[in-house]
Design a protein around this ligand. Structure first.
Ligand code: C5P
Length: 273
């Protein structure tokens, strides 16, 4: 029986950059959540191999791919099939989510989790849990949080790839304050209020590199988002909506710009397996 693992899109609802280590990596303080959609990974017993299908399969290497690096780091073997539904290099952790899904799948096949999944990428540790968490350090410190309400959400990517190192390099201030205390959230109103007191410190430098990000945020707000922000180092932005219907209308309008847009929700608590 093949093993199926969802690789949901990662969202940095807030992302503060609090410093820089001697090796150049940045210290982060981020509220991370997951969307109700993403890539999909299927594993079957067999020698290590990778096939990729799905709308964003083109351009991805089946040889130099994080899924394979993940399997090698775990010391496991499997025939992996990746269905790539998420735009690549777009701030929603696609590659990290895929690598994490491979690690979870291999664990179900009896392979222990590697001790340092962050070696695959800063977002891999938080993606292994795929649940709301506070992410600190350079990504390796993950503190799980209670489930978030299933708030309707739109993800939008304008089709510009921004380089993460370039965005970090373009930052003007690297020592910013940490996140304020994270309360339990009950709905859109209190989440949006808390988010308004936080930032994504990578949004301004990413927007300087790719001004289209500013247009995406404006369009999200114009189509009724109660809150809109860029995720990670961009260029994908998210908007939070008060109803699923509004989110769906917004996604339809944003697609007319020729952008990738999808209406989903903050991932509801995962069903027990
Ligand atoms: O770990 P990941 O592959 O996502 O990181 C891509 C690049 O982003 C790194 O090479 C580094 O330049 C930058 N980065 C950083 N600080 C982090 C995470 C990433 O400077 N905490």
């Amino acid at each position: 029986m093949p093993i199926l693992e969802a690789a949901p899109a990662k969202l940095n609802l807030a992302l503060h950059v609090t410093g820089r280590r001697a090796d150049g990596y940045h210290l982060l303080d981020s509220l991370v959540a997951f969307a109700g959609m993403g890539d999909r990974v299927m594993l079957e017993p067999g020698p290590l191999s990778l096939r990729i299908d799905g709308p964003f399969a083109a351009g991805l290497s089946t040889e130099n791919n994080l899924c394979l690096h993940a399997a090698r780091l775990a010391g496991g073997e499997a025939a992996i099939r990746l269905t790539k539904n998420l735009p690549v290099a777009s701030g929603i952790g696609g590659g990290s989510a895929d690598a994490a899904a491979v690690l979870r799948g291999l664990a179900r096949m009896g392979q222990p989790m590697p001790h340092h999944p962050e070696r695959l990428g800063a977002d891999v540790p938080v993606c292994i849990g795929s649940r709301p968490a506070r992410m600190q350090g350079v990504g390796e410190i993950v503190t799980p949080l209670p489930p978030l309400p299933a708030i309707p959400l739109v993800l939008v990517n304008p089709g510009v790839a921004v380089s993460t190192p370039q965005v970090f390099a373009a930052m003007e201030r690297r020592e910013n304050d940490p996140l304020p205390p994270i309360p339990p959230f009950t709905g859109l109103a209190d989440l949006a209020d808390w988010l308004a007191a936080t930032r994504n410190d990578l949004e301004a430098p990413a927007q300087a590199i790719a001004p289209l990000i500013g247009q995406v945020l404006k369009a999200l707000r114009a189509t009724g988002a109660a809150f809109a922000r860029m995720s990670g180092s961009g260029a994908t932005c998210f908007g939070l909506f008060d109803t699923a219907e509004r989110a769906s209308i917004s996604a339809t309008v944003l697609k007319q710009h020729g952008w990738w847009a999808v209406a989903t929700e903050l991932a509801p608590p995962p069903a027990p397996r």
